[in-house]
Design a binder for this molecule. Structure first.
Ligand code: PBG
Length: 307
């Protein structure tokens, strides 16, 4: 009689790969999450796909960062090396999603290029996003997911992909991305914390709801094929409004802070970990998300398979 269903294929697993690592390294604020070497990434990806997850979302951490985030689209840049490795291992047996942003690649940690006065230069950043999208497509990504929240990013990426003949490659847009405290642990995992200031200039104000729908309309007009709402649990109302308003797939991103809170409380014996995981992911689906991006994806998929 359950109204909401949850299956392995509804889940997407984010994975981190770091250049120059000797061995995979635990992320201290996210127990169970690792920065991977190429070799350990291959194993983790294989395991997640074996458990039936619908897709993998890949983040790269380069050993050298600079003002323009040049490693994001360098041929031998870590994320592109990793995409090639995963595509050759996994072929089309899963959906390889490339997160597209500059914050992991820039020395200042902002999601776009900076003007000399330190303000993010929206339009100059779009040129970089276009180049990164083309490189990720070339390296084997099935889907490009721009997370930088620059205005016009979907249109810029769509036309860059079309220009290299990849008219078939969809854009999964981080459309309603809030300026959230719940990204804290991710910044340990991806080493992309802003070195000054914050992201409130380009991410959304948590007090705003209608603005999410304006962002959605804009991204769809620019050619987005699917939409992400992020974070998920504190924004279930947004997931629900967006899902009701569009006819494209909607993903809820259960972010690092949502993960860390439950892991930390469970460690103290304050919540039942397995129940809390299932309940929160089900809630995101119940709110209307077709897809849930969660760091528990592989574990939960395995559990769902065996239940
Ligand atoms: C930015 C990006 C962030 C996350 C995914 N992509 C961090 C940010 O915007 O500060 C957060 C994911 C999470 O917290 O799990 N490229």
């Amino acid at each position: 009689m359950a109204q909401t269903t949850l299956g392995p294929a509804d889940l997407v697993a984010p994975l981190f790969v770091k250049e120059g690592l000797e061995e995979m390294t635990a992320v201290s604020s996210m127990p169970g999450v690792y920065q991977h070497t190429i070799e350990s990434l291959r194993k983790a990806a294989n395991k997640a796909v074996g458990a039936g997850v619908g897709g993998l979302l890949l983040f790269g951490i380069p050993s050298v960062k600079d003002g323009s985030g040049s490693q994001a689209d360098a041929d031998e840049g870590i994320v592109n090396v990793a995409l090639r490795a995963l595509r050759s291992d996994l072929g089309d047996s899963t959906v390889l999603i490339a997160d597209l942003c500059l914050c992991e690649y820039t020395d200042h940690g902002h999601c776009g290029l900076l003007r000399p006065d330190g303000v993010v230069d929206n339009d100059a950043s779009l040129t970089r996003y276009a180049a990164v999208a083309a490189a990720q497509a070339e390296a084997g990504a099935h889907v490009i997911a721009p997370s930088g929240m620059m205005d016009g990013q979907v249109a810029a990426i769509r036309s860059a992909l079309d220009a290299v003949g990849r008219v078939d490659l969809p854009v999964l847009a981080y459309t309603a991305k809030y300026a959230s405290a719940f990204y804290g642990p991710f910044r340990d995992a991806a080493e992309g914390a802003p070195q000054f200031g914050d992201r409130a200039g380009y991410q959304m104000d948590p007090a705003n709801s209608d603005e999410a729908l304006r962002e959605v309309a804009q991204d769809l007009a620019e050619g987005a094929d699917a939409i992400i709402v992020k974070p998920a649990l504190p924004y279930l109302d947004i997931v629900s409004r967006v899902a009701g308003a569009v006819d494209v797939p909607v993903a809820g991103y259960q972010v690092s802070g949502e993960y860390a809170m439950i892991e930390a409380a469970a460690e103290r014996g304050w919540v039942d970990r397995d129940r809390a995981i299932l309940e929160t992911v089900t809630a995101i689906r119940r709110a209307g998300a077709d897809i849930v991006i969660t760091y528990w994806a592989a574990e939960l998929a395995r559990r769902l398979l065996s239940s």
